[in-house]
Design a protein around this ligand. Structure first.
Ligand SMILES: [Zn+2]
Length: 305
């Protein structure tokens, strides 16, 4: 083989690495309140079926064990039995900015114990509100506890306000407004894709590459309804869905900010902040009034006037 041909092959092999476009899917707050469009069991069944039908593979559910009433616990067992990862999201979802270190640690440990019943429990910890401790003492205190218990900080890179789209949807349903599900799906997918692109571009700007990403979603009805549509659009735009374990093999998994911060935009935002970016660490789609306006126009077809 000619040298130039070999060089060309090496070059072509290198391209997918430079533009990896890979992401892992995670759902927080499981089992989240379900008393609107779907009841809890229907949500879980729909979500599991769509994950299978659209070949998403195994995802991760970050659980608040305080929500383990009979139905909630059954829902968690459905996810576990379907082979999805169950991770720790604390017992009661405390806001670390308003909670002392020892109370927070107790809450974490309570969840840790209750999660042992799941075959697919893995020591991944997702900080509620992504808040990791605003003082050195709190930050290092929780880091120490995670280390003692062999936990990985289950950081995210792709931030969004999917929970607010759910709220708009559930309110419209409750108010008896006609919701066109195809329009809702398009709205949901469009908004998420815009934020995904934003954080991937930010990563490329500061890292010089597209890292293995982790998207933050929530265990909700719109996730159950439209995860397949999101997966299809991701693939159309060249994305590959990967297991969470693989995502955390990226070198950014070891990244740690020098100074503690109050509000964490996600790991790409943290890296941008450390490199001097002060503004726009949250994408403009992470805004309640922006989403409400678009939802009214694009899903409910309400005019401005
Ligand atoms: Zn949460």
């Amino acid at each position: 083989m000619q040298c130039s041909v070999i060089l060309l092959i090496i070059y072509l092999l290198a391209i997918p690495v430079a533009n990896a476009k890979q992401l892992a899917i995670t759902f927080d707050d499981a089992p989240r309140k379900a008393d609107g469009y779907f009841d809890g069991p229907t949500r879980a069944k729909t979500l599991i079926e769509n994950l299978e039908e659209y070949k998403v593979g195994k995802v991760a559910f970050f659980s608040n064990t305080q929500s383990f009433d009979k139905e909630g616990l059954e829902r968690m067992h459905l996810y576990d039995k379907a082979g999805h990862i169950i991770g720790n999201h604390t017992h009661s979802h405390p806001n670390f900015l308003e909670t002392g270190l020892s109370t927070y640690q107790t809450d974490f440990l309570q969840a840790h114990q209750l999660l042992q019943q799941f075959d697919n429990f893995k020591p991944y910890f997702r900080f509620p509100y992504l808040r990791e401790g605003e003082t050195v003492e709190k930050r290092d205190g929780i880091r120490g506890l995670l280390q003692e218990n062999n936990y990985q900080n289950a950081y995210i890179t792709l931030n969004n306000y999917d929970w607010y789209i759910e709220e708009l949807f559930q309110t419209a349903v409750k108010d008896g407004k006609p919701v066109d599900m195809e329009r809702l799906s398009n709205f949901y997918v469009d908004v998420l894709m815009a934020s995904i692109k934003y954080y991937d571009d930010m990563a490329i700007k500061y890292l010089g590459r597209s890292p293995k990403h982790v998207i933050l979603l929530h265990e909700m009805d719109i996730s159950a309804l439209f995860i397949g549509d999101l997966a299809e659009r991701l693939r159309q735009e060249g994305w590959e869905i990967i297991p969470l374990k693989e995502a955390y093999r990226d070198p950014i998994a070891k990244y740690q900010l020098a100074q503690p911060i109050k509000y964490n935009p996600g790991r790409i935002g943290e890296i941008a902040l450390a490199k001097g970016q002060k503004k726009n660490l949250w994408h403009y789609t992470l805004d309640e009034s922006y989403l409400e306006k678009r939802f009214n126009q694009e899903v409910l077809l309400m005019s401005d006037r």
